[in-house]
Design a protein around this ligand. Structure first.
Ligand SMILES: Cc1cc2nc3c(=O)[nH]c(=O)nc-3n(C[C@H](O)[C@H](O)[C@H](O)COP(=O)(O)O)c2cc1C
Length: 337
């Protein structure tokens, strides 16, 4: 192609792309303010969360363990936490209740270091059963063996119900949570697993002395849908309508904000992990700006998508997240919607 031709092609591209650009809509969540900052020279966003010093307002949401691939994924995630100063919740540590075979998949404290928040994770069904057996010591031993700071309790009635052979709760999750809190001498976090929690549940939880409420909101990975898909051709296929039930992270922040102001800030739980359906830093940045109390934002599938191979892939992704967050701070002002 001659120089003249290539210039012509470029000019034509510009015209075509200009028309494409005109169809884009501006992100309604922000005012764009280009006048008030130079380009950020560093990405650190220091904050104290769960009594530890973070360097980024990000949380690696509870995921996996006990499978062949899990060890690599977890090690990559823990390494990223150590490098970029993020907190981490483990996936369900249920496999460790019966055997120590999968211990190394979960043994991430040596990678993460002592300075960052690191939490074990158990489901409400296991906790109900352990408490009924008077086996609270098993929970404490689990946390000690992992050198975890505390325990995340996941509340997942829809997932269990949709799952073939899933556990049935005999009491309300709130009762079990209160029982565990009463016995525990370590911090407790409560979360859903992708459906979120309604306003009455958020209010009940914020009135308990939890270290944090982790949303596990609707809009991303949906475990009711996931279990539904696993049931192809089986009986529970009749329950698809339940896969569409839940609350987004933005909606849950609205609940938390209303509750916080109605209680004039007098709540026993003071920290939020805003999670569920967040896959990019602009959503994280906007959601953080709407939080009525100290908060980080969490991602599960967003990190998982980059954590299955070489560490460098995850490293590149997290670095880009932090660069994006720093740029957002420089040129964006969040709007209340
Ligand atoms: C592969 C995978 C495994 C998960 N396992 C757990 C788990 O063991 N315990 C738990 O509390 N949540 C678990 N979750 C739910 C996540 O912590 C999170 O609440 C949910 O995926 C929504 O976040 P996302 O939209 O960023 O993926 C898992 C999520 C994924 C993707």
């Amino acid at each position: 192609m001659s120089k003249q031709e290539s210039l012509e092609t470029r000019k034509k591209d510009h015209i075509d792309l200009a028309f494409h650009s005109r169809t884009l809509e501006a992100d309604p969540r922000f005012y764009y303010e280009p006048l008030f900052s130079g380009h950020p020279s560093q990405t650190d966003w220091p904050l104290v969360f769960l009594n530890k010093q973070l360097r980024a307002p990000l949380w690696v949401s509870s995921m996996t363990g006990g499978t062949a691939e899990a060890a690599n994924i977890n090690k990559n995630l823990a390494r990223a936490c150590a490098e970029f100063g993020m907190g981490m919740g483990l996936g369900s540590c249920r496999p460790l209740l019966d055997s120590s075979q999968a211990f190394e998949d979960f043994n991430l404290r040596p990678i993460l270091g002592q300075e960052l928040p690191f939490y074990a994770n158990l489901g409400i069904a296991q906790l109900e059963e352990l408490m009924d057996r008077g086996a609270f010591a098993t929970i404490r031993d689990l946390i000690q063996s992992l050198q975890a700071d505390g325990l995340i309790i996941h509340v997942n009635p829809l997932q269990e119900w949709m799952q073939a052979g899933g556990d049935a709760f005999t009491r309300s999750p709130l009762e079990t949570i209160k029982q565990v809190l009463h016995a525990a001498d370590f911090p407790i976090i409560v979360k859903e697993v992708g459906q979120g929690i309604g306003p009455a549940g958020v209010e009940a939880l914020l009135q308990l002395p939890l270290a944090a409420l982790d949303f596990g909101a609707f809009g991303g990975t949906n475990f009711a849908l996931l279990e539904y898909l696993r049931q192809q051709g089986k009986e529970k296929n009749l329950h698809e309508s339940f896969t569409k039930v839940g609350h987004s992270a933005a909606e849950m922040l609205g609940f938390a904000d209303e509750i916080y102001h109605r209680h004039k800030g007098q709540l026993a739980c003071h920290q939020l992990i805003i999670s569920g359906g967040i896959s990019d830093y602009l959503s994280g940045f906007w959601l953080l700006s709407q939080a009525p109390m100290p908060a980080v934002y969490g991602m599960a599938s967003g990190f998982l998508a980059h954590a299955r191979g070489e560490y460098t892939e995850l490293q590149k992704f997290v670095k880009a997240q932090l660069e994006g967050l720093a740029m957002a701070r420089a040129v964006l002002r969040p709007r209340a919607l």
